[in-house]
Ligand binder design. Structure first.
Ligand code: SF4
Length: 447
């Protein structure tokens, strides 16, 4: 087993930690699928309003590649299709019939898998609606259906606050996980499995399947970071990655012959009533998952606190969402904040006394502690960057449209972890600048 020591990681100690208890959730009357929550695709509908759908019926696909399909997470009728600007499909709402019926897919056993060619395995995953669980680097898009991965990186642990813990989602499912890895091995010659170096129990449970130990705090277990430290050639820049829980979903699809709709998510954050793991399915509403909205102003985030997307209390769990966070919306300004000792404030640059005297968890809120401030070249962001970039320099190059220089500086190695934004004393949204530039570049390359 190879050990990777990730530089510049950070221990984000936040309140609202989800317990390991698994809470069941109940389905409402509808499920909504959000094509716009899936980045870098051009959705085209396969259904019309009023159509009857089973669980696993295709709802839409990527216009550029019909094999990249997205399936219905429930059985019922397409109640409404909501269009956004330029008639892009924002939402497909399914009214549930109350009686679940699944589209059948071919069951594939371990013995059957060995007889299949790479393209047959890829086609079974595409038919089963799970091709979208793969991420192709460096753009973090869904790979085209005919491409072959130079390598597949599996990340078992999640160190961003907060995402499902491997000890919970893998409990008693080690054999399914190994079958999922066998499916990945049928797709690529190189499959790397990374586990946090602190997670002794999972390393023991998965045994020889684990190829790498990832040492460090957040984001040591991020797939882009894993790839950055492990790649040996330029061709590996286009490797794919997949989350540990999605490996289980692949195994379920092949074993059961059904679209695997259930997943374990966390509902977490300081404003969550009972932060815990929740058994959920795509398309459920925040109200179904997190209960009644808190009385205080609350920011809702689908995904991890630094990498998730902002939603509202009426938000929906998207195809790639594994968490719902509720944190305090801090609009107030703290007068003369820099002149206070700050025993209760998190600090990266040791500005506050909490760095010396407080090892407890901090309450996160969304306050920027003031209005827009320019970059003062303080040099804090490179100290936080796990892929050894100079974020402030990259931002200036990208804002000046000097993309070539940014590429020379390794811009595409950015893992999108959000740490540079988090530690920036001017609270410049650096990772959004990088995400927008990466997306723009992707469409230029792909057009
Ligand atoms: S540039 Fe920022 S978002 Fe990108 S990897 Fe470095 S710290 Fe993370």
């Amino acid at each position: 087993m190879k050990k990777i020591r990730v530089k510049n990681t950070y221990d984000l100690r936040l309140t609202g930690v989800p317990s390991r208890t698994i809470r069941e959730s109940s389905l409402g009357k509808t499920l909504s699928v959000l094509p716009t929550s899936i980045s870098l695709i051009k959705p085209k509908l396969s259904v019309k309003e009023g159509a009857s759908v089973k669980t696993g019926t295709p709802l839409f696909y990527d216009k550029r590649d019909e094999n990249i399909k997205f399936l219905s997470p429930g059985t019922g009728t397409v109640k409404e299709i909501v269009y956004g600007p330029r008639r892009c499909v924002d939402e497909v709402i399914i009214e549930l019939s109350g009686k679940e019926s699944f589209e059948p897919f071919k069951k594939i056993s371990t013995a059957g898998l060995k007889k299949l060619k790479q393209e047959d395995v890829a086609s079974a995953i595409q038919e089963g609606g799970l091709w979208g669980v793969f991420t192709e680097h460096p753009f973090r898009s869904i790979p085209r259906s005919t491409t072959v991965a130079p390598a597949i990186y599996v990340t078992v642990d999640n160190d961003e606050p907060f995402l499902p813990q491997s000890a919970v989602y893998l409990k008693d499912r080690e054999e399914d996980f190994k079958f999922g890895l066998a499916i990945l091995e049928a797709l690529s010659d190189k499959v790397y499995v990374g586990v946090s170096s602190q997670n002794e129990n999972i390393k023991t449970a998965l045994g020889a399947s684990v190829t790498h130990e990832l040492e460090g705090h957040y984001p040591a277990n991020n797939a882009s970071v894993f790839l950055y430290y492990n790649k040996e050639s330029e061709s590996e820049n286009k490797s794919w990655s997949i989350k540990g829980q999605d490996v289980l979903r692949l195994a379920e699809l092949f074993k059961e012959g059904k679209y695997p709709v259930q997943r374990l998510i966390v509902v977490a954050g300081d404003h969550a009533k009972k932060p815990s793991h929740v058994l959920a399915r795509e398309g459920m509403s925040v109200a179904d998952l997190a209960g009644k909205a808190p009385n205080e102003p609350t920011r809702y985030i689908a995904g991890g606190v630094l990498t998730g997307r902002q939603i509202t209390e009426k938000g929906i769990l998207g195809f790639n969402d594994y968490a719902i966070h509720l944190i305090r919306e801090g609009k107030e300004t703290d007068m003369l904040t820099f002149f206070k000792p700050g025993f209760d404030k998190p600090t990266f640059g040791r500005t506050y006394m909490s760095s010396l005297f407080n090892s407890s968890l901090f309450k996160m809120n969304t306050s920027l502690n003031g209005g827009y401030r320019a970059c003062v070249s303080c040099g804090e962001c490179p100290k936080a960057c796990p892929t050894e970039l100079l974020p402030q320099l990259l931002m200036k190059e990208l804002k000046a449209n000097d993309t070539e220089e940014a590429l020379d500086q390794g811009f595409l190695d950015c893992a999108g972890c959000g740490l540079c934004t988090y530690v920036c004393p001017s609270k410049i949204d650096l990772d959004t600048v990088f995400d927008d530039a990466r997306e723009k570049l992707y469409w230029e390359v792909e057009k």
